[in-house]
Design a protein around this ligand. Structure first.
Ligand code: NAP
Ligand code: ZN
Ligand code: ZN
Length: 351
């Protein structure tokens, strides 16, 4: 089906209206009318060609929420009219050891990304949520139980939510733990909310002094301006876990020094240029670890969505028209977002 979308045609061209083809739903497929789509920094890295291997035209967007328009005959998970979400993946091999453990994001054959991901065994591009509709295998469709009025603010959970939930859970963040969240953007603000709800003592690290009050309101117990050495020193060797969500290359040593014995810093940001290589001695003398993590599995994403619905957690958002996407990207580059832009897809109709 011919579907309205917004696409980048090259790294230097602004996004513009574009029509894409969506497949007719197969037996296990769910056809979704997209109502809202969050704007992740990964969208910006991709459309601007900051990461290698971007296929153009590029239709970004992997924080998708909408309503089911049609289902294939074998679909059991959702019905026509259900509110659903789609995150960063639309397929994986479903047979490898990682898929068998519900870790589709680590599929040994490579998961199929919602955008800029070739179909299994194929070479064509996938198109994401900056579009009016999408067709996805039911395995990769998430059920949404939040109140419908919150739908726009649920969208960012599909990437920012799960990308922070997965490491928080994997490193057993909970009561009695002092943990850090570095960078208060789309991912970081969700990490603060989720870690707070999990019962941890949360310290937010920001380069933006203007975000201090907001970070406390999000659930941080303390806020540290990371460019102020004296504030950093006060927290030396005191964290069991730090989640680093920063989207730009920066000095990791300053944060590694904050980990106590056996502490781990997990990095989820993927800057376009590498971080300076960290010093090794700080790892050795406190048996510290530096780790990474990518999004989260489908079962885990459903667990996170259900947890957020129970705890009344959504993202803090600014809703925009698709026509304003370039202005939103420009503000994102300046860390001037509180804390996620979400596109109202109804505005595509007038594009
Ligand atoms: P975002 O909303 O732009 O937030 C990033 C935050 O990083 C900013 O708000 C800012 O926080 C901080 N920051 C930016 N530039 C900085 C600099 N030069 N030095 C220090 N801090 C800086 O981005 P996002 O959507 O949260 O995404 C964050 C990163 O995660 C991106 O690289 C994205 O591609 C990646 N990502 C990874 C995964 C995964 O699965 N691993 C999933 C989604 C996104 P302060 O103002 O508080 O300092
Ligand atoms: Zn994302
Ligand atoms: Zn697999």
């Amino acid at each position: 089906m011919l579907t309205r979308a917004y696409a980048a045609h090259s790294p230097t061209m602004p996004l513009a209206p574009f029509e894409i083809e969506r497949r007719e739903p197969g037996p296990n497929d769910v056809a979704i009318d997209i109502l809202y789509c969050g704007v992740c920094h990964s969208d910006l890295h991709t459309v601007r060609g900051e990461w290698p291997g971007v296929l153009y035209p590029s239709v970004a967007g992997h924080e998708i929420v909408g309503r089911v328009r049609a289902v294939g005959p074998d679909v059991t998970k959702v019905r026509v009219g259900s509110l659903v979400g789609v995150g960063c993946m639309v397929d994986s091999c479903r047979t490898c050891a990682a898929c068998a453990r519900n870790l589709e994001q680590y599929c040994e054959n490579g998961f199929i990304a919602t955008y800029n991901g070739s179909s299994l065994g194929g070479s064509e591009n996938t198109y994401g949520g900056y579009s009016a509709a999408i067709v996805v295998d039911e395995h990769f469709v998430l059920r949404i139980t939040h109140n419908e009025n919150d739908l726009a603010a649920v969208a960012p959970l599909l990437c920012a939510g799960i990308t922070t939930w997965s490491p928080l859970r994997h490193w057993n963040v909970g009561p009695g733990m002092k943990i850090g969240v570095v960078g208060i953007g789309g991912l970081g603000h969700m990490a603060i909310k989720l870690a707070h709800a999990l019962g941890a003592h949360v310290v937010a690290f920001t380069t933006s002094p203007s975000k201090r009050e907001a970070a406390l309101a999000l659930g941080a117990d303390e806020v540290v301006i990371s460019t102020d050495n004296s504030q950093m020193l006060m927290h030396a060797a005191s964290f069991s876990f730090i989640l680093n969500t920063v989207a730009a290359s920066h000095d990791l040593d300053a944060f590694m020094a904050l980990l106590k014995l056996d502490g781990t810093m997990t990095v989820v940001g993927v800057p376009s240029s590498p971080h300076p290589s960290p010093a090794i001695a700080p790892f050795i003398f406190k048996r510290r670890s530096l780790a990474g993590s990518v999004i989260g599995g489908i079962a885990e994403t459903q667990e996170m969505l259900d947890f957020c619905a129970r705890h009344d957690i959504t993202a803090d958002i600014e809703t925009i028209a698709i026509q304003d996407i370039e202005a939103a990207f420009a503000r994102m580059v300046k860390s001037d977002v509180q804390y996620r832009f979400v596109i109202d897809m109804a505005t595509l109709k007038t594009a």
